[in-house]
Design a protein around this ligand. Structure first.
Ligand SMILES: Cc1cc2nc3c(=O)[nH]c(=O)nc-3n(C[C@H](O)[C@H](O)[C@H](O)COP(=O)(O)OP(=O)(O)OC[C@H]3O[C@@H](n4cnc5c(N)ncnc54)[C@H](O)[C@@H]3O)c2cc1C
Ligand code: SF4
Length: 404
């Protein structure tokens, strides 16, 4: 197993398992009865069962178990926080170390792709049709579950490509287009139609409600939050996380000279901005946040990753103002405790201080044939595996409503 650290934009770390290593890892599994790992997957991906299948060289069976339970099985294998979910619950933690569930899941999904396994089937048409707004993880899960029940599903998304945050937020060095495409193919293979470049305003909802038997709103949290009254926030060179990540993804990392980059925020999104800026060739990248090292929200894995890429971390400082005439030239930070402050040279400043539902959908509520889920139904965004869970639950509610 090798792991490449300093990556140009879009190049994936090599950390896959071959058949021999996968069998060795699966052999470590205790084949627990009522497996704790399976209990602790929000989407019910059922590692206990798919690892058993791998152990008996039933790779197609493993792929089927994953896909039946979690239509985004390939994506979740790459970016799920397994260390605080299935792997944390693994019985082997008490003996030596947990089974590497994420890598085994990625192995089963790569076997599905390489061997062209077809593991799911669309249901017999039931005569009902449903529209999903947004082609992110939650809509993809709603669509797949309903298609398995024979519903005709159309997804509408404003972007050029499907995937939502998977495609335009998470950096390609953590999640490649190939993996996203594999999961989306699993959805379209069930007969789900995806209409792209289609913005659906709140006013368009009425027409959709008239045309479809039910409508699902899975628009995520696509607007950026900003620190209120931040001086200099409108200077050139100041950006927020999602637009910055999207620009980098669309331009394949070629977004011009970023110079010295300062990122404000201590979560995983800030870390994605930091690694992206680094991979786009920034002269220097600094991340600052109000929390301490111990209380910062980003996962340790992501922080270690950006530190390895040469990113400077400044905990426990808050931004006072962005300095510049027409264009940003510096950021002034103040310590959370005591009176010290510092001014950092900056050509680009990125605020990664949270996302929210766009104004159009911020007050949307489920009502009759209208269903709302995924990040759009939350105050704070969650994770992909939780969006899949939400999608599965909504699909059940829609099926009940449609009486199928
Ligand atoms: C930068 C970043 C990194 C993340 N990293 C991880 C991670 O490592 N692991 C993890 O598990 N989770 C991660 N997450 C969280 C995860 O991506 C989200 O919880 C998940 O994508 C939510 O899915 P969703 O379907 O609700 O919404 P989204 O993924 O946001 O998809 C919503 C879709 O709806 C579209 N849309 C919005 N409005 C309209 C409209 N009016 N008309 C048409 N289309 C519209 C959007 O363009 C988008 O394509 C990350 C999130 C971000 C922002
Ligand atoms: S908890 Fe660990 S050892 Fe038990 S079935 Fe799951 S992966 Fe195997």
């Amino acid at each position: 197993m090798t792991k490449v650290r300093q990556l140009p934009y879009g190049e994936l770390a090599e950390n896959g398992l071959n058949i021999r290593l996968a069998m060795e890892e699966a052999t470590r599994c205790l084949l627990c009865d009522d497996a704790p790992c399976s209990h602790d997957c929000p989407a019910g991906t059922d590692p206990g069962r798919f690892i058993r299948a791998i152990r008996f060289r039933n790779f197609k069976g493993a792929a089927r178990i994953i896909r039946e339970n979690n239509i985004l099985g390939a994506t979740c294998a790459e970016i799920c926080p397994q260390e605080r979910l299935c792997e944390k619950a693994c019985s082997r933690c008490g003996i030596d170390k947990p089974i590497n569930i994420g890598r085994l899941q990625a192995f089963a999904m790569s076997m599905e792709k390489d061997m062209k396994f077809q593991v799911l089937e669309a249901g017999k048409p039931c005569g009902k049709k449903v529209a999903c707004i947004g082609a992110g993880p939650s809509s993809l899960a709603v669509a797949a579950e309903l298609a398995k029940k024979g519903v005709s599903v159309t997804i509408l998304d404003e972007n050029e490509k499907a995937g939502g945050v998977l495609r335009y937020g998470i950096t390609p060095s953590r999640l490649s287009d190939d993996v996203i495409d594999q999961d989306i193919k699993a959805v379209t293979d069930l007969g789900v139609k995806i209409v792209l470049n289609k913005h659906v305003s709140k006013d368009d909802l009425c027409a959709l409600m008239a045309e479809y038997d039910a409508v699902y709103v899975g628009v995520g949290q696509s607007a950026s939050k900003m620190i209120p009254n931040m001086k200099g926030a409108d200077l050139k060179g100041v950006d927020t996380a999602l637009p910055f990540l999207k620009k980098a993804r669309i331009a394949n990392g070629k977004i011009g000279d970023l110079g010295n980059v300062v990122i404000i925020g201590g979560g995983d999104v800030a870390m994605d901005c930091a690694s992206t800026a680094r991979q786009c060739g920034a002269k220097s990248v600094t991340v600052s946040f109000v929390e301490t090292w111990e209380t910062m929200p980003a996962s340790k894995k992501e922080v270690d990753y950006v530190v390895d890429l040469g990113v400077t971390i400044i905990p426990a400082f808050k931004p006072l103002e962005v300095i510049g005439d027409d264009k940003v030239s510096a950021v002034k930070l103040a310590a959370m405790e005591g009176n010290s402050s510092m001014t950092l040279d900056a050509d680009t400043v990125i605020f990664a201080v949270g996302q929210k539902v766009s104004d159009d959908y911020k007050d949307i509520k489920a009502d009759g044939k209208l269903f709302v889920g995924g990040d759009a139904a939350l105050v704070r965004g969650a994770t992909v595996v939780e969006a899949v869970k939400s999608g599965k639950e909504i699909a059940e509610a829609i099926a009940k409503f449609l009486q199928i």
